[in-house]
Structures are given as C-alpha cells and as structure tokens.
Unconditional design. Structure first.
Lengths: 500, 1064
C-alpha cells in the first residue's frame, strides 16, 4: 500500500492559543514579544497585526509607532513546543504515528487510516473542522511524501489532497523554500532566477549538487517520494495510576488494607524509576453498585516510603464503606514532585529539617488534625516587625534571607500592637513607666530607640520608635511610640511583644 | 559649641546620595553651619559645585573624600592645605588608573604612602556582633591606622537609630580611650532633608537592580540620614560632647579651599628662550607676512597691535601658543583643521593659521569675542578631520605627557525618559506601563506631573504608586549618572594635572580624563582646548587631494577664490546636496528665500535654521526685513549697535546675551548664568527669577513691556539651542568651500563625499544621482577597475569619470579588497584566477551580488552560477584542486530583466546606475494620474496633485508642533511633503511603513520652494515587488499562504529599499 502523510500547518499557532484563552484578542491586533538587551522584540503577530504591517523581528516601540494601542503580550519561548506536543497527543485519534514539526506544524503518517473516516477528503475535512472549532487557523494537506505534504500545506493555497504519485506536478510551481531548504540556498536560487521548483528540477543533479550541496538533492528526492524520511512520533505520558481488580468483591477492612498495600508498593516502585515522589495521593474503591469510595492523603515532602504512606491512609480506611463490595481498587498520585537522590537513603543519620522522621511526623499530625496546629515560619525581608516573617507551605521551602539578627526582637509578638499608657521624657528618650492591662510597670532598664519607618510605597504614616524595657519584676517588654513627640499632641504608645 | 557636618554623600556617589552637592551646602548654610565637608566615595567629582555654592553663601566648604579601600576600613580624608589636596587627588588618580572606567581600586599601602597633610576619620562598621562588640579586625586595623597616622586620625561616631546607638557609642568611646583616637560626631548624611528618603531608596533599588517591593534589607530602615541641625546633633551626642567639639577641630585645621588651586599654562611652547608674549608676537608677524604678503594694510596692522595688547593685558599668550602648536602639528601631518569659537575669528588666529576665515570679512572688535569682565580664558574649538583626529589627540598626550594632559569629563545627567524608566522599574511597574508613561511625555511640562497626559494613555493618574513614581522621577531628573568623556575638551597644565584634579581612565583605549566637567574647570579657571572631529573636513581634504591629482590644483581653505557669484547662484537655487550644513531640507527651503549673496549671508544662513531662532519666531521677521517688506527699526540706539548686522532681529547667541547686558542691566556673569539656567531643567525657579529681572530691567530703561517679553522668549529659545556667531562664521567658510568645489568640480566633490561616508544628510544613492545630474559620468563597481575607495578615472566630457569603489558594496571588508587589488597586476580574466589569488567564496558571492564582473563579460547571475561551484569541495584525489569553469554544463538560466537588476543593485549597494526603481512602475503610476516630482514645477500654487516616490527622510522636529516633513524621490528628482499633526495620526501607518509612498495634496509654491501639503497617503510599496515578480506564473491567484507573493523572499525584500531615515 502506498504510504500517505498529512502535514498540518498552524498559521498562527501561538497567537491563536492566546486568543482562545482571551476571545477578545480575536478581534484586535496583538503581538507577542520577548526582551532582548532591554529592547522588546516582536516574536509573533496575529492576522490583524500582520495586516497593519507589523511583523516578527520588529521592535515593539516601532510597532507602537504604527499602531499606538497595540496589545503586547509576553511570549514564552517554550510555548510552541508545549502546544504542539499537546495537539500531537490529541491527534493520536487520527493515527498512531504523530510527530511535531516545529515551530508550527504537525506531521502524521496516516497510511491506511483515512478509510475509517470515509476517505481522504472527509478525513482532512474532519481535522480541519475540529481544529478550527478549537480556534486554530490551519492548513492541512495529504500526500505520498512528507516533503510534498509539507510543501503543499505551506505553499499550496487550499490544496488538501495530492493524488497518489502526483508529487512532481504539485511541486513544479512552488518556490524553492517549499523544500525546507536553508535560507542561504533559497536566496541563491532566487538570485539565479530559479524562483520555482520547475526552473531547476530538470537541471542535471550533478550541476545542482555542485552548487547547492547534497541537501537540495535530498530534500527534492524526499519530496518526490524517492527517498525515505524518518518521523519521530510522540509518546503520550501515562498518569501515575495503578489498578487492582478483584475476582470477588471485597467487603472486609483487611481486604482493603491488603489492596492498598499492594497498590502502594507498585506505584512507589514505578515512580522511583522515574525519580518522582508523592505529595498527594488518592485511593479509590469502585463499588459493585457503581459508587466510588475515596480517601486522600498529602505529605510535606515528596515521599516514596510505602510504609509511611500506608500509615497516613490507615487512619482513614475506616471511613470507606464497602457496601455490596468493592471490585476494583485504584491509586493515583495527584501531585508528584521530583525526588532528590539523597532522599532515597532515608534512614541515614540526618538531623533537623532534613530528618525524614520530622516530615513523616508532620504528615501524620496534619493528616489527623489538619494544618492549623503545625506551622513553620521563615524570615521575610521587611523591617516592620509584623511583616518580618511568613508562613511556609513545604518543608523544602527555604528563604534567601537570614533572620534579622543583631536587633532586639521579642520571642513572642502580638498579632496586633496594643495601646498602653506611658510616661516618658521627651523627645525620644526611653519611657519610665507604663500601664498594661491595668497593671503599672516601673521601668528599671531600657534600650533604644530603634526607629522603623513605614514602607512608603505601600502606605504613609508615622514611623515607630521601639524600646526594649525591663520592669521591676525583671520582665522585659517591647514597646513603641508612634511618630515623633509632638508638643501639643499626646504621643501614642503601644506594646508589641514580650521577651523571655 | 559649633557643629560641622563632615560626612556627606552627595549624588556624585552615584546611586547612593540623594541630594545635589549644592543642596547639601545650602541646607548647611541655612542651619548656620560654619563649615561642611562632602565625602563622596573615591571621587572629587562633585566638589566644584559645592565649592561654588559655598562661596556664594559664605560658608566654609571642605573638599574631601571617602576612601573605600580594598583591604581595610573606609577612611574619610580632609586635606589641610594645598599639598594635602594634591596628595589626595594623586591618590585617587593612582586608584582610578589601575582600574577600569568608573572604578577606583585603593589599598592601605597607597594611603600610608601618599597621605601626609590630611586629617582622617576612620569609619566603623554599622553593626555590632553577637557580643555587642565591633568586629575584631576593625579594632586591630584601627590600631594600625593610628600607628601610621598618629594624631591626624579620628574615629567616626554616628547615631543611626538602629536600636543599639547607646551600645555603639559606648564601644567607640572605649576604643577611643584605649587607642587614644579622638571620637568625631558625623551623621553619615545621604540627603539634605528627610523627604528624600523615597528617592534614596529608589536609588538603592536601581543600584542593586531590584524593585522596591523586594529590596528588603538593602534599604535603610529609617529616614535618619538627613542633614540635621547643630542643636539636634548636640542633643544626640550630649553624652559625648567632645565628639561635637572635634568636628570643629577638623574644620579649623582644614583651611584649604579650591580657590587656592593655581592653574598654570604649560611652558614648552616657546623657542629660543623667548617669553610667551615674545614668541607669540614673533609668530603673529611671521604669519601676517605669509597671509597678507609684504604690504600689510594699516587697518590689519592696527588690529594685530590691538589684539596683542589685549592678550598681554589678560596674559593669554600661552593659551594662543598652545592652540597654535596643536594646529601646527596638524598642518605638518597634513590634517585639515579649522578653529572656531569666541577667540578664533581674530586677526591673530588668522595669522597663526588657526582659522582661515579672513577677519576683514568681519568688522568686529576683538573684545567682543573675549569677555574681559568675566575673567575666564578665551575659548577656541578646533575641528579636525574626523578620520584623523585621534592622531592629534595622541600628539597632545605625547607632547605634554599623560600626567599633564587629559580630556575633560562630561557629567551624564538623568534625563526624563531614562529617569522614568529607572524609577518605574524600581517601583515595580510593568515595562508596558513604563512605556506608556514615557510615551505620554513629549516634553517636560507641569501638565505631565499633574497627570493629564496619563489619562490619555489609559493610566489612572490617582494611582498612588504612579504618583509616587512621577514625584520621584521629577526629583531624580538632573542627577548625575556617570562621568563620561567630553567630545574633545583638553586640559593641559604646567605641573602635574593630578595635583589639581583626579585623573581617570576613559572607556576608550588610550584616553584619560579628569573628573571635572567643562563648567567646573571654567569656574576654577583652567585652560581648555576643544579638539573636535568634523566629517566635512575629511571630505574637503580628500577633495583637495583629488583636485591636486587630477586637476593639478593646490587648494587650501584659505586660497579658494572668494565671493564667486556663480557659486552663490548655485546656493540660491538650493542646489546643495552634499554641501556642509546647508544641505538639509529645512536649509534648502530657506536658501531661495534668503538668497545669500556674500559670506556674511552664509553666516546668517547657518545660524538661522536652528531651533533657537525658529522657536523665538525670528526667522520670518528677518526674511521680511531682508526682502524689504518690513521696515528695519531698532527700539533704541544701543540695540542698533548690537543688532545692526542682522537687521534688528537677534539671530545669534552673543546678541541675546548682549541684549540682556545692555538693555536690561545684567552683569556679564548674570547673562551667562541666565543662559545656563535655561539650558537645564533643574533651575526652573531660576528662569522665572531671571524673567522678572530682564523684563523689569528693560522697562526701567524705557523699553515696552511687550518688546521685553518678546526678547525674553527669544532668549529662552537661545538658551537651549542658540548658535553663536563665532561658530557660524567658521562653519560658513566650510559651507563656501564645499559649495565652490561642488560647483566647479562636481566629480571631485562627489568622489570625496562618498569616500567620507557616513556623513551628512543624504545616502550615497542621492549623491550619485546628483553628480550625474551635474554631468559627471559614473561607472559601476568592477573587479578589474575599482579600488576600495571611489576613484576618478580619465576625463569624459568636462569632468573625470567617477568609478564606484568596493566600499559602496555592503558586507565587503577593506582587507579582502586590498588582497584583490594587489593581485590584480594583470586583469582577471575569469573567476578561477580570482580564486587562485585567494579571494574567498563569500567575497566572490558579494561581488557577484554587486554585479562587479561586467569586465569579464558576465552579469551578476552568470557570475553567481560560476561562483556557486565553490560550494562543491573536491575531495579525495581532487582535494586542493579548484573546480574548473562550468561552461561544459551548458545550462541556460532565466534572463534577468533590468528591473530585477536594479533591485539587486539596491540590495547590494543601496544604489543603482542602471535606472531608478520608480521608473519601472511609472506606467502604472501614470494610469493613476500620479505626477512625477519634476512635473510638480509645471503646476501652480493651490493645485491638487498626486505624487509618489521612495521615502528618503521623515522628520518631526520638536519645534514644528507635530508637523511631519517627508522627502520622497523618484527618477526625476525629489519632492518635499508636509503632513500636519491630525493627518499624521490618521496616516501613521502609511507614513512610517511605506518605502514607496503616494500622497494626494495641495501644491504650495513660494518662488522656487515647492511643497505638497498632504491630504491623503497611500502605501504603494507593493508595486515595488512587481519589479522582481515571476512572470509566467501558474499559481492560483488567490493564495493566502506564505507564498502569496512569488517574488524574491519577503525577508530579503524588506531591506533592499532604504527604510527612510526616521525621527524617534
């Protein structure tokens, strides 16, 4: 059987994708850009922008000179490959052999597939229609060779089918760039007046090869179908999911436990091969009556310790209602993270945050009591005390900032400073006594002030003068006055924390 | 007990200090300080400004410096006398010269060796360690400092309000008594008032390349780094009063001030033991005899005597001799040069050969050029050929030595757009928003800060972050950003230059600079000579060489026949493409109106088409008076003396300054300040002050208020863009010389001009077209005939044939072409010969692209077909053999049409001798009733016309209220288009994008000056693509695919035709 190939060309792959997500963009000119040495350079444009004469390679500033209200979005250099991969996987519905054709195409080996759709015409029409409905402007052509399919999709107008063996006729009137040649070669061909393939297809191969290299001959032969061209098909990624069907419906908790253990074992084994660990997992039981029973766990650090994971699930097994019996179990890792190799040596002597015992303890606590009672704080780079720390979400999270050492900071800080009555000498010497919660404290020792200004870019307001003071009982407090001492205004004093 | 602040960081510690030196001094004075010291980091760049401010305010200023060392705690250094200052400046020079530009690497050893007459303060760390002590190494190092400096060393104590002030002061006092080093109070000032804290934070962000949101601990935690009053300082240090007292001790010990610096002229400019004046006198008379022959007129003699007397009184002889020496060197090296500037147009400079402008063309008194009231040195700028100026610069370095000669710095200032970008980025605004803000700014106005323009850009002017951004931007504007290199201002001294000012490396190799700029050295009274580069001088010298070679003429700037009416005829007809200065579109449309007939008219012509006179609305009154349409009158007799030569209208900067002095009672110094205040943004308040003073002054002297206001408006125009008569005169000479060459030897002119490219207003294509129009035959680039430069060949008709050189071909390199030429002993008869000569494949292809094989009987396509075989690398047995000609293959290529050739010519050289591209679409244009540019002349004022051509230039001068001027070109000539602002917005796309632009509009004819007032625009660039379109095309008509045009590929098409020069 003759081989057949389909080339799909996305005329505006990236801009179409942006428009699909923000439909308003379909109607206005917009461009994608990246920064290059401080200049913003256009990398892609949509149809409307192209009609204005705005082209990739222009500086955004120049394009704005043409069309001042031009919309400019940030380009992601990896985007087109990501999109093509996703589309390629979707295209597997049409054939098993789908390859991406960067930067903006898909190539498929469709030998023997088209008749399932009722012929090539309907086959191509279906591809066209479905992609168009998703919002993509595409050209697709089917032909005997990859080269011809590509050439006609890109340069053949609306030609969708090149009949069996008609490559030569199809190619004749196309420009040399339809052969996917190096730009230097096409330039030289044009300079020599060889503007169409017909102009040089009959020139002796030796003369062509001498001037334009092997590549031209190879590309020509590939397009004509005289030479094979390999395809590099995509492999879809399977989700981290394991199933365990049961011969008899399971109704006992022992049965469920065994199923869970086996599934955990398999999935951990598989994920280890891929260097991934579990952050979140769900265990599902498919009941004979069609109902689903689910339990879910999370960890503070990616884990492959089946025993530990089992313990996390264990507490929740009792919530599973087997009803008439469960005939299929499934486990799925909902969130996985790369696991570093050292984590595999779990039981070496490791201390502190690195200690797996700690993270596993936290997993158990939070699985039982929720997240509120267990918290971890990291320093945050702010002078204002209430902003100088933040809560961390993962044990692996680190902060580039050290804790602000060298300044007096209390062990306990009030979530809101509380007003107090203070007697202090003016203008900014430490206070002598203060009243807090009805109790009078006589200050014996004091240090300060430490002056901290507001973050002016966020809010205006007076600065604070902080003092650390010790009362008669040897208790230490952190007090501050808001703003400068003013002659005709009573200064506002607050307590903000307690030292040991 | 007095207090003096001794540690101030100004904005000359770039991106650290948030106040100008002047602001710090003013604030100190208003607090009643007796003295203030500024200590920028490893630099003295800001001290002259502070010194001047302090002098005005009558407060002691201590020039000082913070020395940041590579291997020890920082020191603050205060010179106590001239010697100490020289040591400090020398130390910084050492540090500067061993580091790249903008850096200064100093070590303890340098400080130990070089600083003697200097008081020093060691700066402790700002934090204590866990034991509440200073770092051990600091204490140890301080002890060593004390051993070296003894009682000249002090210890800085500051209260930073970081919570441990008391502990720090206590530790310092312990250290102080342990080592016997007195403590000195400083406030480590970073800005003159607390309101500058946001700006200082933003500067930190710019420096650290972060945003205010994530700057974190890189910012100061409070606003205490401002200059505090003496009482407040005393309170803060009430437990350590001796620290306050010690500031006075240092201030009193430092009696050095910048006025003590003595600038002395270099001495090795005299010969045979003569004094400078004797030497000058001798040279002047010798020169006078060379210039005027043996019969010097009484008038000239008197002028010389008068000038010499003046020079003797002012003691300027050494200055003139220094300039003379440089010019003499240039002349010996056959480098063309020409002086300009206030003193350059004197009889003496003419005799010395510094200028070639005959002073008899001017009837001016010498003093008019040199202001004796302002005791500052005369100013002479000398222009040299731009390609050879470096030789002159290196001569100066070599003659006086690098320790005595250096280039003046320029202080690059934060400008509007730069400030917005920097501040916006630091404030965390998106690039998009920043661009919108900056594009909302056409000009700096209050309106902008009020946010009106922002609303137009769709931004919310009430947004707090945005308002802060604008506020901070306003403060940042005018801040120094970096020290650059002046274009050519040299300072030369008798003794070591580094005794006067630190010297540093410039970015360019082999260049050294001082840290001070032009205004600074003016104020201190240094000699400066501007050694500038001028492209036109290169062109003229090349023209002189060609004229000698081909016409046997021995031309110099001085011996070109003067006042030739035929040359002026040409100028009056605006036939001035390529001529110096008067070739621009604006100049060309002025020429037929002004009709210059003599040298002084040219001086006016040069000065009048400038933003100054245009903004001041002086052009039309002048033209009316010149054409006798308006009476020439003067508001007073004194003004007649000043304005007589320009028919009562001030056109030159000198006149504007003179009016302020004579008519409003300004002192010369004030007049100069007025000019400067108008040139910078910073001094907004100053301008208003001067406006009042000028108008009041003039009204007191009996002038009408309305007239006074007009004068002020004119002065305002001059402030930023004025052009002095003394410079215009020197330029006018070059205008005349280049016009003369163009008129009599268009072949020589075009050839020299092309060989001096890039310069001037036009592209090579226009110069070639113009030369042909004047009867010069031009021959194409050819591998067997061309040199690298364009050359003149044997005569054909009245002129020599101009042969285009390889330099016109894009992408060729001079070295490759030298190889080609040197191996060309016998003509190349085929490409194989050329390969054997070692010409590379890519060079051959470029030559083929330029169609340079005609003498071998091959057009570009045949040549390329031959050359392409080079890709086929013989292997094995045949390795090393060069592939033979391919004639045996017998393949016929499609014949190349002329239009294709022209397109390829443009692609390779941006010009074509074969035809003009528009010629090929003429038929199509005629069908559309589009006129050629030449046909416009046949139409009358007010006619509706259509015209099309390639866009040469688009301009939108700031002075023309948004009007866009476009010049287009077709095969018959050029046309000038005018697009008003509203239409510009409507046709923005067409105007900016078209290579071939068609417009419809009304003809405006004013004598010889023809404009089209545009009403509609059309982009006809697509027509050009037909030039290369493939004929016999079987493609379906409707192809929306990539190949919708089957011509040469789009990417190549884009760059073939010049985009047209653009405004930004």
């Amino acid at each position: 059987m003759a081989r057949r190939f389909v080339s799909i060309w996305f005329r505006h792959l990236k801009t179409d994708w942006f428009s699909i997500r923000q439909p308003l963009l379909f109607k206005i000119p917009f461009v994608l850009s990246v920064s290059d040495h401080g200049r913003k350079i256009i990398t892609d444009v949509n149809e409307q922008a192209l009609n204005l004469g705005i082209e990739p390679g222009m500086a955004v500033a120049d394009a704005r000179a043409i069309f001042p209200s031009l919309e400019v979005l940030d380009d992601d250099p990896l985007l087109s490959e990501k999109l093509l991969k996703a589309i390629a996987e979707w295209c597997i519905r049409y054939t098993n052999i789908v390859a991406i054709d960067p930067p903006d195409g898909i190539m498929m080996d469709v030998t023997g597939s088209a008749h399932l759709w009722g012929g090539e015409e309907k086959y191509i029409a279906d591809i066209h229609l479905r992609l168009k409905n998703r919002g993509y402007d595409v050209r697709a052509t089917i032909a005997d060779s990859i080269g011809t399919a590509w050439a006609m999709a890109h340069y053949g107008g609306f030609t969708t089918i090149v009949e069996n063996g008609k490559q030569m006729e199809a190619l004749l009137s196309l420009p040399p760039s339809a052969l996917r040649l190096d730009i230097n070669v096409t330039d030289r061909l044009h300079k020599l007046g060889l503007n169409q393939i017909r102009n040089f297809i009959s020139i002796p191969r030796a003369a062509l090869k001498r001037r334009f290299g092997k590549e031209l001959i190879l590309k020509l032969d590939q397009a004509l179908g005289n030479e094979d061209e390999p395809l590099n098909p995509v492999q879809p990624i399977e989700p981290w999911r394991e199933r365990l069907p049961c011969l008899e419906p399971i109704v006992t908790s022992t049965g469920i436990e065994i199923a869970l253990q086996r599934l955990l074992h398999t999935i951990c084994h598989r994920m280890q091969q891929e260097g991934m660990g579990i952050r979140k997992a769900v265990f599902t039981g498919f009941r004979a009556d069609g109902k689903l029973e689910k339990i879910e766990i999370g960890t503070h650090r990616a884990s492959l310790n089946a025993g530990h994971l089992y313990k996390l699930f264990e507490d929740k097994i009792s919530t599973i209602e087997p009803g008439p019996g469960i005939d299929l179990f499934m486990i799925e890792a909902l969130k996985a993270e790369k696991i570093s190799p050292h984590q595999e040596k779990l039981w070496d002597m490791i201390c502190g945050l690195e200690d797996p015992g700690l993270s596993e303890l936290m997993d158990r606590l939070t699985n039982r009591f929720g997240y509120t009672p267990v918290r971890r704080f990291l320093p945050s780079e702010h002078y204002l005390p209430e902003k100088s720390f933040k809560e961390s979400v993962s044990l692996d999270e680190t902060s580039d900032t050290p804790w602000l050492n060298g300044r007096p900071r209390p062990l306990q800080i009030l979530s809101r400073p509380e007003r107090i009555e203070v007697t202090a000498p003016i203008p900014d010497y430490p206070p002598m006594l203060f009243r807090y919660l009805g109790k009078l404290h006589k200050i014996k020792k004091a240090d300060g002030p430490e002056r901290i200004e507001q973050e002016w870019w966020l809010q205006d307001g007076p600065h604070r003068d902080y003092y650390s003071v010790e009362d008669e009982e040897g208790q230490r407090y952190w007090l501050f006055r808001s703003g400068h001492y003013m002659e005709n205004e009573k200064p506002k004093w607050f307590i903000h924390g307690f030292f040991a | 007990m007095k207090y003096s602040e001794l540690q101030c960081t100004s904005n000359f510690s770039f991106l650290r200090g948030a106040s100008h030196p002047e602001e710090l001094v003013e604030q100190a004075a208003s607090y009643g300080y007796r003295a203030i010291g500024i200590t920028d980091r490893n630099t003295l760049a800001g001290i002259v400004r502070a010194h001047l401010a302090a002098r005005t305010l009558g407060i002691q200023f201590i020039p000082a410096c913070r020395l940041d060392l590579q291997d020890g705690p920082s020191l603050l250094a205060y010179p106590t006398n001239v010697a100490g200052y020289a040591q400090l400046s020398g130390l910084l020079t050492t540090g500067n010269l061993r580091a790249e530009k903008g850096k200064c690497h100093l070590y303890k050893a340098d400080v130990y060796h070089q600083l003697r007459d200097i008081r020093l303060i060691v700066v402790p760390p700002t934090v204590l360690n866990g034991q509440f002590e200073f770092d051990q190494t600091f204490e140890k190092q301080t002890a060593v400092y004390h051993d070296v400096f003894g009682d000249r060393l002090y210890l800085a104590a500051s209260r930073r309000y970081l919570g441990d002030d008391a502990k720090q002061l206590f530790r310092l006092s312990q250290l102080s008594s342990r080592l016997g080093i007195p403590m000195v109070a400083t406030n480590d000032v970073h800005y003159h008032e607390p309101d500058r804290r946001p700006l200082q934070d933003i500067l930190t962000c710019i420096r650290e390349k972060c945003t205010i949101q994530n700057a974190g601990f890189r910012l100061h935690q409070n606003a205490e780094r401002f200059l505090k009053s003496a009482n407040e300082m005393k309170r803060l240090f009430h437990t350590y009063p001796e620290a306050i007292r010690n500031t006075q001790e240092i201030a009193e010990a430092c009696q050095f001030n910048l006025d003590m610096l003595k600038y002395e002229y270099p001495e090795e400019i005299t010969t045979e033991g003569r004094t400078t004046l004797e030497e000058l006198t001798m040279l002047v008379w010798k020169g006078a005899h060379e210039r005027f022959g043996d019969h010097i007129t009484e008038k000239t003699k008197n002028a010389i005597l008068h000038e010499l007397k003046f020079i003797r009184e002012m003691n300027y002889a050494a200055y003139f001799l220094t300039v003379y020496d440089i010019v003499r060197y240039a002349r010996e090296q056959k480098i063309l040069c020409q002086g300009r500037g206030s003193a350059a147009n004197s009889t003496i400079c003419y005799c010395l050969g510094i200028t070639s402008v005959d002073p008899s063309k001017f009837d001016l008194l010498f003093e008019r050029f040199i202001s004796s009231a302002r005791n500052e040195p005369p100013d002479i700028d000398v222009d040299f050929e731009h390609e050879r100026r470096e030789e002159v610069i290196q001569y100066i370095y070599q003659k006086y030595g690098r320790d005595r000669a250096a280039i003046v710095a320029t202080v690059t200032q934060e400008r509007q757009r730069g400030s917005i970008r920097d501040v916006g980025k630091a404030m965390g605004l998106s690039i998009d928003t920043i661009q919108r803000i900056s594009s909302s700014v056409w000009e700096f106005t209050e309106e902008w800060f009020e946010g009106k323009r922002l609303t137009e850009q769709g931004l919310n002017p009430d947004d707090k972050l945005l308002r802060k951004t604008l506020q901070i931007t306003q403060q940042l504007m005018g801040f120094p950003r970096q020290l650059g290199q002046h274009t050519g201002g040299f300072v030369i001294t008798r003794g070591k230059l580094s005794d006067l000012c630190p010297v540093m490396n410039a970015r360019m190799e082999d260049r050294t600079c001082i840290e001070w700029n032009k205004d600074d050295i003016d104020a201190i009274g240094f000699l400066k000579i501007d050694v500038l580069a001028l492209g036109m001088l290169t062109c003229i010298r090349k023209a002189f060489d060609l004229a000698k070679q081909h016409y046997g003429l021995d031309l110099t700037l001085a011996n070109i026949p003067q006042d030739d009416p035929l040359v002026y005829d040409m100028i009056c007809h605006a036939d001035t493409i390529g001529v110096f200065q008067i070739e621009s579109r604006a100049q060309q449309s002025m020429l037929p109106r002004l009709k210059p007939r003599n040298f002084y008219d040219l001086v006016i012509e040069v000065a009048i088409v400038r933003p100054g006179p245009i903004q001041g609305d002086m052009v039309h009154p002048y033209l009316r008076r010149r054409n006798g349409e308006e009476k020439v009158e003067y508001p007073s007799k004194e003004l007649k003396e000043i304005l007589g030569r320009t028919l009562g209208i001030p056109l030159f900067q000198e006149q504007a300054m003179k009016i302020a002095i004579v008519a409003a009672g300004f002192t010369p110094n004030e007049a100069d300040e007025l000019r400067r205040s108008m040139a910078t943004f910073k001094a907004q308040g100053m301008v208003t002050k001067f406006e009042k003073k000028l108008i009041d002054g003039m009204m007191e002297r009996g002038y009408q208020r309305e007239y006074a206001q007009r004068v002020f408006k004119q002065l305002e125009g001059f402030g930023s863009y004025g052009f002095p008569e003394s410079h215009a005169a020197s330029f006018a000479l070059l205008v005349y010389v280049s016009s003369w060459i163009k008129y009599y030897y268009p072949d020589v002119f075009a050839c020299a001009l092309l060989n001096s490219m890039p310069m001037g207003f036009y592209q090579p294509a226009q110069i070639v077209i113009d030369a042909r129009k004047h009867g010069v035959e031009v021959h194409p680039v050819d591998v067997n005939h061309s040199d690298w430069d364009n050359t003149l060949e044997e005569k054909s008709g009245s002129f020599h044939v101009l042969r285009l050189g390889f330099r016109q071909v894009k992408g060729l390199r001079a070295e490759d072409m030298q190889l080609l030429i040197s191996a060309r002993a016998n003509k190349y008869s085929n490409i194989v010969d050329m390969r054997e000569a070692g010409i590379s494949q890519s060079v051959l292809e470029k030559l083929a692209d330029a169609d340079a094989f005609n003498s071998m009987g091959m057009d570009r396509r045949m040549a390329l077909w031959e050359i392409s075989t080079g890709n086929d690398h013989p292997a094995g047995l045949f390795a090393g053999k060069i592939p033979g000609p391919s004639s045996e293959e017998n393949i016929s290529l499609p014949l190349m049409r002329k239009s294709e050739h022209v397109v390829q010519d443009y692609a390779a050289m941006s010009l074509s001798l074969k035809a003009h591209p528009v010629q090929f679409v003429r038929e199509k244009l005629e069908q559309l009733h589009i006129l050629s540019t030449d046909d416009l002349k046949k139409h009358r004022n007010g006619d509706l016309v259509k015209v099309a051509g390639l866009v040469l230039v688009r301009q939108r001068p700031g002075t023309a209220a948004g009007i866009c001027f476009i010049t287009i070109e077709d095969e018959t000539g050029c046309a000038n288009l005018v697009v008003f602002e509203n239409l510009f917005d409507q046709y923005r796309k067409e105007i900016l994008q078209s290579r071939l632009l068609m417009v419809e509009g009304k003809l405006q004819v004013e004598g010889e000056v023809i404009h089209v007032i545009v009403q509609r625009c059309f982009d006809m660039t697509r027509l050009l693509r037909r030039l290369t379109e493939v004929i016999n095309d079987e493609l379906p008509i409707l192809t929306l695919a990539r190949a919708d045009e089957t011509s040469i590929p789009a990417h190549a098409q884009e760059d073939i035709f010049h985009k047209g020069r653009n405004f930004r």
